[in-house]
Design a protein around this ligand. Structure first.
Ligand code: NI
Length: 441
């Protein structure tokens, strides 16, 4: 389904690959005053510094009032759930999930999920996100949305079930593997993880099976863990172990794994998570809104756990804005620990950017403004009043930015947003499709 705008010249350039020259940009981690060019060819960063005189650019962007940085990686979300934004607010976790969200989710069609995903992409691109880890329930639909918009996605089809013979679990695993083939077929910028939903929706044998499958295929795993006090208490009562040690006994902590939430952790749990193959995606807004508490992020970092950042879905946040999430993360950690150094601006930004690329398995390909890396970059308007005056970009940005200052977005070397205009999403069509879906609710 095409969602491209009618701007044919823009569209042809986008589809055929562009040479883009970004001139005179301030780099986000450099002192003010230092400015460089970035030249992009065939999806990759070809030159950093002064671009060669013979570099033929299709598009030249004057960045003399802009800061350049890698785009944000939203390490835990459910993109299609924008459709439930505002549908179940001010409810405790179990009422929210089991009484409100799951029943309406069951009635959702693939086509509706497609438009919900497009809406999520529009919001995320506008607020500087260029990659996301998306746990979803609509195989082939979400990957089509990624292909149509040029968004970079790490897809994890949600899996639930009792054990490895459970027909529902088998079907979902099959769908995920078929989606992976489909993504290659249509040329989407998508990679994949196994997505067992949680330890309270997947039996022990199924979790062990997924650990085995991950070993056989080399695919990483994405799972919600230790999100609520009830989950922590139930696991202790049922298995005599904390959620983390229970998970360790399934073999999953030996695999490359990305754990969402991790709010309820003992010191022993934190020590178990401090290993290079494990990442924790913290979701401060969702945890606060569903009254689940605050993840011990500062403590995890101190222990050597790789922490990255996610928004979770729009039904529990309700925003998919990584920039406001970053601010909230830093402020909550300082407030919770009563330590102003608990999470500094540079540390917070590292969580939202560098650690995100590593956790999502993308760090070898993108996430650095260096020659040879795929170009996933955003430009920030330095003249935005709330970012003035400029002492240190990372502090100004972490504590005052809100997403509106992101002017341009490039994913895999393709311009996706130019001067805040989305180039791959027809927003008018999107709004009318969303309105139709909401009428049915
Ligand atoms: Ni989630």
């Amino acid at each position: 389904m095409p969602v491209l705008t009618g701007k044919r010249d823009e569209r042809d350039r986008r589809l055929n690959g562009q040479n883009i020259l970004i001139k005179n940009a301030h780099f986000y981690d450099a002192p003010y005053g230092e400015r460089k060019d970035v030249a992009i060819r065939d999806g990759k960063i070809a030159h950093v510094g002064k671009a060669p005189a013979d570099f033929a650019a299709d598009t030249v962007i004057d960045a003399s009032h802009k800061t350049i940085m890698p785009g944000f990686v939203n390490c835990h979300t459910h993109a299609y759930m924008t459709l439930f934004r505002g549908y179940a607010d001010d409810l405790p976790f179990h009422t929210w999930l089991f009484d409100r969200i799951l029943p309406i989710e069951d009635s959702l069609t693939g086509e509706e999920a497609y438009w919900g995903t497009i809406l999520a992409y529009a919001e995320m691109i506008r607020s500087g996100t260029t990659s996301m880890v998306d746990m979803h329930m609509f195989p082939k639909t979400v990957v089509r949305a990624a292909k149509d918009t040029g968004m970079r996605t790490v897809l994890t089809r949600g899996i639930t079930g009792s054990d490895r013979r459970d027909p529902g679990a088998q079907r979902r695993i099959g769908e995920m593997l078929a989606e992976k083939e489909y993504a290659e077929e249509i040329g989407a910028d998508a990679t994949f993880m196994f997505g067992p939903h949680a330890i309270y929706t997947c039996g022990e044998d199924l979790l062990k099976y997924i650990a085995e499958l991950s070993g056989e295929t080399g695919l990483p795993v994405h799972l919600h863990l230790a999100e609520t006090k009830k989950e922590f208490d139930d696991c202790l009562a049922e298995h005599g172990k904390t959620t983390v040690s229970y998970l360790a006994d399934t073999g999953l902590l030996e695999r490359p794994i990305l754990l969402a939430h991790c709010v309820y952790l003992t010191d022993e749990d934190i020590a178990l998570l401090a290993r290079p193959n494990v990442s924790v995606a913290t979701n401060p807004a969702s945890n606060a809104k569903l009254a689940n508490g605050f993840a011990p992020v500062a403590k995890m970092l101190k222990a050597g756990v790789r922490v990255c950042l996610g928004t979770d879905g729009a039904s529990s946040n309700n925003s998919l804005n990584m920039i406001s999430e970053m601010r909230l993360l830093s402020l909550l950690q300082k407030g919770e620990t009563k330590d102003a150094l608990a999470l500094t601006a540079p540390e917070t930004m590292k969580i939202a950017v560098r650690n995100g690329y590593e956790a999502a398995g993308l760090a070898q390909r993108c996430g650095r403004i260096e020659e040879g890396y795929e170009a996933d970059l955003i430009l920030i308007d330095e003249d935005a009043p709330h970012l003035l005056p400029q002492f240190d970009f990372r502090a100004a940005f972490t504590y005052a930015a809100n997403g509106s200052e992101v002017t341009d977005s490039i994913i895999h070397g393709k311009l996706i947003m130019r001067d805040r205009m989305l180039l791959t999403i027809d927003e008018e069509r999107m709004r009318s499709e969303i309105a139709k879906i909401i009428k049915r609710f």
